[in-house]
Design a protein around this ligand. Sequence first.
Ligand code: ADP
Ligand code: MG
Length: 568
Amino acid sequence: TTAEAHQDLTDGFHLVIDALKLNGVKTIYGVPGIPITDFGRMAQAEGIRVISFRHEQHAGNAAAIAGFLTKKPGICLTVSAPGFLNGLTALANATTNCFPMILISGSSEREIVDLQQGDYEEMDQLAIAKPLCKAAFRILHAQDIGIGVARAIRAAVSGRPGGVYLDLPAKLFSQVMTADAGAQSLVKVIDPAPAQIPSPDAVKRALDVLKSAKRPLIILGKGAAYAQADDAIRALVEKSGIPFLPMSMAKGLLPDTHPQCAGAARSTVLKDSDVVMLIGARLNWLLSHGKGKAWGDAPKKFIQIDIEPKEMDSNVEIAAPVVGDIGSCVAGLLEGIDGKWTMPPAEWTNAVKAKKDDNIAKMAPKLMKNSAPMDFYGALGALRTVIKERPDAILVNEGANTLDLARGVIDMYKPRKRLDVGTWGVMGIGMGFAVAAAIETGKPVLAVEGDSAFGFSGMEIETICRYKLPVCIVVFNNNGIYRGTDVNTAGSDPATTVFVKDSRYDMMMEAFGGVGVHATTPDELKRAVDKAMDSGVPTLINAAIDPTAGSESGRIGNLNPQSVVKKK
Ligand code: ADP
Ligand code: MG
């Protein structure tokens, strides 16, 4: 009968779902629409968790950070042309940050797109995605779905992780195969991110350079956090006795309160160190390219551990490149340190400690100020205590002053608990990261957001309320970008950097059934965050910050070009 015949068939929809499930994909982040609406429904029916966002960029950011947290590619699903382009920002950002993700977009019919005959949402998506990600593939035939999905997964997580684009034309979904042939065409990726063992010579060279140091320093980057080699990294740091400096998303890999942490003596250790070992950190703008004023005049030797050989010598000479995965490289170094190791000179470690204690003591009174309106330090002092009391919570952080000051003030205690603007310093990651952090880890999330930064993804608070996620958002509301006090002297329009004065972002949350709180003092703020984290109810706290408190572009105001033309 026809019914029996149908039972033996499968189609593109189900083959994609089965291929993802076979490879352990449990969650898809996306926005439904033509041609992937039914795909989302079917995936949900087949047991995949499908999280629907309000805008693709945030679904893409969620997928990207899911990749960082799990070492498996996060999946983002979008419609064609505009939806694809919205997701592309997140894909490019993921690639820049070395987060594994796959952007799957439906697309229009090849025959029409290639002849530019004007299809619904016509766009040559594959060509556009290619330069912005690590790899890009298109699947045209149902029998290639298994291999196509396998290629995308392997490309995303092997070597240096990154973003992959997978183009699925609408027609593919309705193509039919027999169920048996379909099942046989699927591919389970074996060992998707193979270990990459460093050469023994490279390890020996690195150890020799390290042993020659009088003032050594280890810099931990988010690659080290991603690698999930937490115990080995801790052992390397502790057995070597070398002070370490965590980059922003590597904070907590070892606690910021660890005696060897040099976070509070950053400028001193960059200037005065003589040998610097980079572990999963790049010498890009965030480290002043490894040269210039920030690094002082003393000659320096760099050791760099990275999975990407091309990263070596990207900005300065690397005296000892160690190419391999961080787990294997650190294990190799540990072998060399066990037994025959001399601790770094006490003169150096004491100098670092003195500088650090001094800076921490200077900061302390600023964090205790319980005034209204709040300044950044007073408010952050309260949040710092929250994370100290709840070290398992995930901190999402974006903004200018809100980012730069929170990074310094809020100590982290456990690996992969701080998620922020990353390599580009991009605004808009907040709510996407918060959603995925809650879903992937099941832990409470505290999102500390500048009022401007929050605006880029603010509509996703509906998503947070809809899925009842344990997310507490604190908006640092200082009435604008950098500050809320700029004045336009040339006309009646508001200055370009100011927002509606005394906005009540908390009331937005109430519109979707979440809890909204307006907090004017650090005590009120702390109480409201504690309540939110205890209850797990989606909450937004509007923290009223003194509008005069911020500075231009936070700590990176020097990157603003200066006009040479004098104002008349
Ligand atoms: P940060 O911004 O924290 O300094 P970066 O993103 O600049 O960190 O650097 C991360 C580095 O880590 C990248 O160069 C990337 O190639 C590397 N990396 C990522 N995962 C691994 C891994 N598993 N093993 C080795 N290196 C890795
Ligand atoms: Mg602001």
